[in-house]
Design a protein around this ligand. Structure first.
Ligand code: SIN
Length: 179
């Protein structure tokens, strides 16, 4: 039975059928708004920013794992490969849950630094400004950030998560533009 781990839009908009859902984490990675999006939250020439994972020893990434019915496995993975085609590839990681000692193997989509849409590090206020200016076929980039931050808060993710830093920068920028 396949499990799929989501740490970005797959947390708050999975958009595929699943038979179980668990909150937990994978280890050795950190979540960053370093991936450019030209097919969902931006367009070619004006990319938005979405999350990917960078290796980091001792770090954890909180997210959600979904159990997929084997009967729909190939449709679900085909649709996800298409949805994540802007630079992400499938990896297998171990997924841990609070108070459950045996980890699960999960599939996870990660956009590595080698893909052509990778943007890399920028200060949080610059990332927030780029997000605020971007929209694409899936909607405003602001929505992606705010929905993700809300979902992470609801699952009790680490308050130090980079997503919250970028969210604070976005909310300050929005408040300033109202003044
Ligand atoms: C994920 O959510 O796991 C991958 C990144 C994204 O689609 O936002």
């Amino acid at each position: 039975m396949d499990w799929i781990f989501g740490y970005g839009s797959l947390i708050w908009r999975p958009d595929f059928p699943f038979v179980d859902r668990r909150v937990g984490w994978i280890e050795g990675w950190r979540r960053v708004f370093y991936q450019g999006s030209t097919d969902h939250r931006g367009v070619p020439g004006a990319p938005g920013r979405v999350v990917t994972l960078l290796p980091e020893p001792d770090a954890r990434v909180f997210g959600v794992s979904y159990k997929i019915d084997p009967q729909v496995r190939s449709e679900v993975l085909g649709a996800l490969d298409y949805r994540e085609k802007g630079g992400y590839a499938r990896y297998t990681e171990r997924f841990f849950q609070k108070e459950i000692s045996s980890p699960l193997d999960v599939l996870v989509y990660i956009a590595t630094t080698e893909n052509e849409n990778y943007l890399g590090h920028a200060p949080a206020n610059e990332i927030a400004a780029q997000i605020h200016a971007s929209r694409g076929p899936s909607g405003d980039n602001d929505e992606y950030l705010l929905e993700l931050a809300e979902a992470l808060r609801a699952m009790g993710a680490n308050p130090e998560d980079h997503v919250f830093e970028v969210e604070r920068a976005l909310l300050e920028l929005r408040a300033r533009s109202l003044r």
